[in-house]
Design a protein around this ligand. Structure first.
Ligand code: ADP
Length: 324
């Protein structure tokens, strides 16, 4: 292996830069040239690639986003477009590829690998934590902490003004952020995509809770089945007359910011391991974490299977809320 290319694709997540830094430094450690591809598969198609050096990754471990850029490149789903990308990779003498992203990114990499014969390694980078084959994706821990600190702030107003806040958090079709933010922020309830919500129960709970406390935080996953925080309020407000209900959508503050220590360490370990796997002759593998260990899963399994949060957390939440 003389030249290893790397790209970030799909939604950005905090810690992607730490992973880029680790890939580049590990390549240089082994006298391999790391080649950065700008803006995901778009840069592969447009031949927007550059040889990277130590100075490219100086002072980036603590920054959010991705220094090489990301994009959604839908044309990459077409074979003619991928043939252009393959020509560009060959012209740049690329021997192996590391992709950082979610399951869409892994699908693109797997197809590319089968068509070109190039070995690819995937690193899970998304705040949603919805990738099969890993306990944690890069960025999830930071996003969770961002959500918790926002909810703590909103609670000040909720309790001062006796309000019921419905706080919508990211996570796409998965409830990892929502369920764990609810446990960690002491929320009164949570709605996640993995569970059919019972609005009558929710209303009864808010009524019961507020006999003593007179404020509530309800965490609403963006992918839950009622259509989001505003829609939920529209549905329950006729049953909650006299209550002051407020929606808050946290939005993109959840995707940015300086990565947590956990994400920096995970990203550094995964980035370096990706280069080691390529040197070891591996292909179509995703790196994951299990406890404190790094593990590997086939990219195929990571793409096809789904990861769901531990629903025992709902039982835990209920125990924290019981109020006699
Ligand atoms: P994520 O990687 O976070 O799941 P996307 O689903 O947007 O994000 O996928 C990122 C990129 O991966 C897409 O913009 C596209 O370039 C590539 N990709 C996704 N699905 C496919 C596919 N079926 N074939 C080829 N490329 C794909």
């Amino acid at each position: 292996m003389k030249r290893i290319a790397l790209l970030t694709s799909g939604g950005d997540s905090p810690g992607m830069n730490a992973a880029i830094r680790a890939i580049v430094k590990t390549c240089l450690f082994y006298n391999i040239v790391p080649v950065g591809i700008r803006d995901g598969y778009k840069g592969m198609v447009n031949n927007d690639m550059f040889d990277m050096s130590y100075s490219d990754v100086d002072n980036i471990i603590h920054t959010g986003g991705t220094i090489i850029g990301s994009s959604r490149c839908l044309e990459f789903k077409e074979k003619e477009t991928r043939l252009i990308a393959i020509k560009n990779l060959k012209e740049n003498l690329i021997d192996g590829l590391v992709v950082i992203g979610g399951d869409g990114t892994f699908t693109g990499a797997t197809i590319l690998s089968s068509e070109m014969g190039i070995p690819v390694i995937g690193i899970p980078g998304t705040i949603d934590n919805d990738i099969y084959g890993t306990d944690h994706t890069i960025g999830y821990d930071t996003a969770l902490n961002t959500v918790i600190s926002a909810v703590d702030k909103i609670r000040d107003t909720a309790s001062s003004h006796h309000r019921i806040f419905f706080i919508e958090v990211m996570g796409r079709h998965a409830g990892f952020i929502a369920i764990n933010a609810a446990v960690a922020s002491g929320a009164e309830s949570v709605l996640i995509p993995e569970e059919v919500p019972d609005l009558n129960k929710l209303v009864a709970q808010i009524q019961h809770q507020n006999k003593g406390k007179r404020s509530s935080i309800i965490i609403v996953a963006e992918g839950e089945q009622e259509g989001g925080s505003l829609e939920l309020i529209n549905k329950v407000s006729p049953m909650l007359e006299g209550f002051d209900l407020r929606p808050t959508v946290l939005g993109h503050i959840q995707r940015g910011g300086s990565p947590s220590a956990f994400d920096r360490i995970l990203a550094t370990r995964m980035g370096s391991f990706a280069v080691e796997l390529l040197l070891d002759g591996q292909n179509s593998i995703m790196i994951g974490s299990s406890g404190d260990n790094l593990i590997t899963t086939s990219l195929e399994a990571a793409m096809k299977l789904h990861s769901v949060p531990d629903l025992d957390r709902l039982v835990l939440l209920k125990k924290m809320l019981t109020r006699f």
